[in-house]
Design a protein around this ligand. Structure first.
Ligand SMILES: NC(=O)c1ccc[n+]([C@@H]2O[C@H](COP(=O)([O-])OP(=O)(O)OC[C@H]3O[C@@H](n4cnc5c(N)ncnc54)[C@H](OP(=O)(O)O)[C@@H]3O)[C@@H](O)[C@H]2O)c1
Length: 276
């Protein structure tokens, strides 16, 4: 008969697992062109991260929120999509735990970033806004004047920021680990590109019937899978941690087999068309 220790999904200290995985990824980091990537978000039992009509929803409990801030402090950068900035107006700082604030990075190809966002109010924080060369120079200058750094990278064919080029730029800036917090479109992008190294998911015991964390993705070549999965109960929230089978992040099927690391592939995407 199995004892609970024999079961594959063990209840352990998930923060410890995350910390160990980060340390593992830091080892030999100089050989990789991308930072270590941790995907972290809170969802309901029915897989939703926000109400159906958009907007903000506090899903996780106080302990889980504290853990999220601890995780922020363990990373050099924190990345969100522009819709999250518009909906939640987050600060993305470490407030419920000790430690340094990560560098905020926002994916915003059309520079919709609001000039009155909280991320621009903290004089100690200069968010990096990632856009393309097609974005309006005037708005870029306004954001720079307001304290942001604006960097331009190429777009993918679907009009979204090319993550492989962005991650290389982030690493060149000396940012060696990135926590990706959402929202749904960003989570889906990182999962479909298979460029996250680990996932820490908080599941709140409630139903929302809202915006699903992962968009329907009928075409992914190989669905991401968690390995070495473990979980922890945090006052009613279930926290799941797992290592992700990282692909090479771009469409190079032949080299996306097992063991492909976060070294930048020789086959950088040939889709650098729409401008940086
Ligand atoms: N529960 C949680 O843990 C959690 C965490 C964060 C957010 N949220 C919720 O999530 C909701 C927002 O999610 P969302 O899916 O609407 O938007 P999102 O993921 O926050 O932002 C998506 C937008 O980012 C831009 N973007 C640029 N490059 C991208 C890329 N490569 N991949 C993905 N996005 C890229 C695109 O806008 P452009 O085309 O204009 O560039 C895209 O529409 C909010 O309601 C927020 O409260 C929940």
């Amino acid at each position: 008969m199995n004892t609970s220790d024999d079961l594959p999904g063990r209840q352990v200290d998930v923060i410890e697992k995350l910390r160990n995985r980060l340390a593992e990824l830091q080892h030999g980091a100089e050989n990789r062109l991308w930072p270590a990537i941790t995907l972290t978000y809170a969802q309901s039992i029915d897989g939703c991260i926000a109400p159906f009509d958009g907007g903000s929803l506090q899903l996780s409990n106080a302990s889980s929120q504290q853990m999220t801030h601890q995780i922020r402090a363990m990373h050099d950068a924190i990345l969100v999509g522009i819709n999250t900035v518009i909906c939640d107006d987050p600060q993305l700082t470490v407030r419920l735990s000790s430690g340094n604030d990560p560098q905020p990075v926002v994916l915003d190809s059309q520079l919709r970033f609001p000039l009155d966002a909280k991320l621009l109010r903290d004089p100690c924080v200069r968010p990096i806004i990632v856009t393309s060369k097609l974005a309006c120079d005037k708005k870029a200058n306004q954001l720079i004047t307001a304290g942001a750094r604006v960097i331009r990278v190429r777009l993918q064919e679907n009009g979204l920021i090319d993550l492989s080029q962005l991650l290389q730029r982030i690493k060149e800036m000396g940012l060696h680990s990135v926590m990706v917090e959402g929202g749904a479109k960003v989570i889906t992008s990182f999962l479909t590109s298979r460029i996250a190294d680990q996932l820490l998911l908080v599941i709140a015991p409630r139903f929302v019937g809202g915006l699903r964390a992962v968009h329907p993705t009928p075409t992914w070549e190989q669905e991401p899978q968690l390995q070495d999965v473990c979980y922890q109960l945090l006052e009613g929230d279930i926290v799941v941690w797992g290592s992700l089978n990282r692909g090479n992040g771009v469409k190079c099927a032949s080299s996306s087999q097992a063991g492909v690391s976060n070294r930048l592939p020789e086959c950088l995407p040939a889709n650098a068309k729409k401008g940086e």
